[in-house]
Design a protein around this ligand. Sequence first.
Ligand code: FES
Ligand SMILES: [Fe+2]
Length: 392
Amino acid sequence: MPTAAAARIQDVPTIESLSADQIATIKAIPPHVDDEVRAISDSRPRSFFLGEDQFALEQERVFRRLPVPMALSALLPNPGDVLAVDSYGPDVLLTRAKDGVVRAFLNACTHKGASLVETGEPGRAPRLVCPYHAWTFSLEGQLIGVPRQEGFAGLCREKRNLAELPCREIGGVIWVGLTRDSEPDFSDIEGQLMIDFEALRIPEMHAYGRRRFELKANWKLVLEPFLEPYHVKRLHANSVAPLFADVAGLSHRLGRNIRQISGKVQFSPDKVGGGENIHKSITHAYTAFPNLVVVTSPYYISMMILAPQAIDRTIVDYVMLTRGAPDNPKAEELFAKSYAMILDVFGNEDFKAAEKCHRGLVQGAMPDVIYCGLEEMIPLYYSILDAETGAA
Ligand code: FES
Ligand SMILES: [Fe+2]
């Protein structure tokens, strides 16, 4: 009989636990020797990364019009949990009320606008009390208490509820529309993307660690390495490269989202299954439009929200999800080592490369960025972005 502790580590994703679509894709991955690189001719001008107009278009037509990922369900697992997020411009307050529903509000008191909750770590609160004059709000956003209310002639509490934003919890991610009184289209997230995320068990996973990176690079340069395997054997030569093969794998559009499924170095089509940890031989990487990156590893999933701050500044909120909190020394050691390793690979390799590219683009080394067949998901992603910004 395995112990409960051993079972926790053995509770691993198998091919059988995946969605029908994920399984069919894995079964269609060619052997590495047959995975040939297509030659493509595609490029993006420097202005696509450095132009004020492009950045303004992305903000207006994408980040303020479509739902954006605000946080993970794992950060607010219980009723009474609250979290303030400041990475998008409007400061957003997320609450999970007694009814289990996550709601999003502007993190601003409706008396004089003071922030209700400090950004940072998730917290627990039965109600929200403004630190300034102690106006008090329920987690559903209603104004429920005003000290010395008799001093406000004609105050109508119902008109001073918190300013609510459109919000949905889908596939273990909390998606928010940043424009008040808008009706953003959540349907794209609710299709195959949600089915896949649920099969990966993202909604019920545990947030083992979270780290914020503040990068000096355009957000698209930060995103690019997660859309291509071309750099893996090179940039990561001294870290994770030996685990990966120099092949494209299979990629699909899921609406505006992109899913890449690729075989690791030991992958062979006739050797998947049999209850083995599928993420030892397969990597799933998703770009959930516009700015959520999901990458699977054998014992954890990396989730990254890339929030553009300016043309040349991006905040990345990284969370490592595990199947439960570590409850024994072996699991703790495995997770701790994995966490240190992945922060080092993303932080010191991928993100640093993005910052270096941004500096080189500013210096005008070349008129445009060109892409090869191993990078073909990047032009695809940009064509989806163009369709939203109206540049197509
Ligand atoms: S600003 Fe919040 S109670 Fe006055
Ligand atoms: Fe990378």
